[in-house]
Design a protein around this ligand. Structure first.
Ligand code: NAP
Length: 369
């Protein structure tokens, strides 16, 4: 693996070379744009399937974002996903089946892998991270036995991330007893080429494979506690119903919550409005406000609210009484930014800032440019 580093434009501290696995897909393309001007990381390696290997990224990727493809990325040659890649730090945007085959092997070869795939999210020794919420779960890395500094860390499902950010302060302040969540999930969540247009247009599909199971288990792990025997999951019940809707980006989630002590709408609103994250405030990709609360009666809406905080803030609105559970609200987050590539970048920034990747350190001082 290369230890070659490139000086950052704004400081003499070198940038850290990184690779993106599955760089041509929906999440991979978000990584490419977010890494273009990243103050700490420099994209030096992209991988894809047999379809793309050996081609220039600019030819292999069916670019689907409004921003122009960064020229540095377009000239990279797509590499095979496996041992021998140069950067120590790798972001994975692979499908889960492929991730299951290669991610542990790459960690065993000494790579620090930050993955969006679901393959290893629930492995007992693998942290499932929302950096604002469960930084202490990085302690699980001590249980991993990969040689040469290798490690595997995961991001939650794209709906879980927005949901957990909104739940975390409420769970801490009151304790959650039960949650019902109904999602309205964007098309980009299905990747590229994704849902056929004749299915997506003028339609709602009330089924997304394995999604409800993820939404009913991942939040409990993230809001759980790290103990001597690993993660002890939070103990409330979650019921999830997941729908695909004809929206390009941004997952909307309608929540009904039973909170301990039956707090008022005002008390819940105050907790959400005052939420700040001391564990991520200094990191380049962290938004100023992880949670933005709106009191407009018809918000949040995907088109109007998904890009708040550079796509990294979660917008919460319509906080109101629920005759069944006590409190209702609507949560919106950007599924390929906060819910995928941006979320992964924040994880990587957190582990680098904490000095958890041997031989790599954050450009100093570790503040936003
Ligand atoms: N989309 C979202 O909102 C979202 C959010 C959170 C997490 N995720 C997760 O992130 C991962 C990527 O999702 P996506 O939506 O970006 O999927 P996608 O658009 O289908 O992209 C899949 C990527 O994997 C590559 N790939 C496929 N087979 C491969 C193989 N055998 N070896 C190496 N690379 C291979 C593809 O390369 P080629 O183009 O060269 O075939 C492409 O770059 C998935 O695990 C997904 O569940 C997605």
């Amino acid at each position: 693996m290369s230890s070659t580093v490139t000086p950052s434009r704004s400081s003499s501290v070198p940038k850290i070379p990184v690779g993106v696995l599955g760089a041509t897909g929906s999440v991979g393309q978000r990584f490419i744009t977010l890494l273009r001007d990243h103050p700490w990381f420099e994209l030096t390696c992209v991988t894809g399937s047999d379809r793309s290997i050996g081609r220039r990224y600019g030819e292999a990727a069916h670019w689907a974002l409004p921003d122009a493809m960064p020229s540095a990325a377009s000239n990279l040659v797509v590499e095979r996903t496996g041992r021998g890649l140069s950067p120590q730090l790798l972001f994975s945007a692979l499908s889960s089946e492929v991730a299951r085959e290669v991610e542990r092997d790459l960690a065993a070869a000494g790579h620090f892998v930050v993955s969006n795939a679901s393959a290893h999210r629930m492995d007992p020794d693998v942290p499932l991270m929302v950096p604002e919420v469960n930084e202490d779960h990085l302690g699980l890395l001590e249980r991993q036995s990969f040689p040469k500094g290798g490690a595997l860390v995961t991001n939650p499902n794209c709906s879980t991330i927005g949901l957990v950010l909104a739940l975390a302060p409420l769970h801490e302040a009151f304790g959650i007893e039960a949650l019902s969540v109904v999602t309205l999930q964007a098309l980009s969540g299905a990747g590229i080429p994704g849902v056929p247009s004749m299915v997506a247009l003028d339609n709602v599909v009330p089924y997304i494979g394995n999604e409800e199971e993820k939404l009913e288990t991942e939040p409990l792990r993230i809001l759980g506690t790290l103990g001597p025997h690993g993660i002890e999951a939070a103990s409330f019940t979650v019921s999830a119903q997941c729908n695909r809707v004809a929206v390009s980006d941004g997952h909307t989630e309608c929540l009904s919550l039973r909170l301990r002590g039956e707090p008022s709408v005002d008390a819940v609103t105050r907790v959400l409005e005052s939420y700040r994250s001391p564990t991520t405030a200094h990191l380049p990709t962290a938004p100023d406000l992880p949670i933005v609360v709106t009191d407009q009666p018809d918000r949040p809406q995907p088109r109007l609210d998904r890009d708040r905080g550079g796509g990294m803030s979660v917008t919460v609105g319509r906080i109101r009484p629920c005759p069944l559970f006590g409190i209702k609200m609507v949560v919106l987050s950007h599924n390929t930014l906060r819910g995928a590539a941006g979320g992964s970048l924040l994880v990587a920034e957190q582990v680098v800032a904490k000095g958890l990747i041997p031989g790599l350190r954050a450009p100093s001082p570790a503040v936003r440019e």
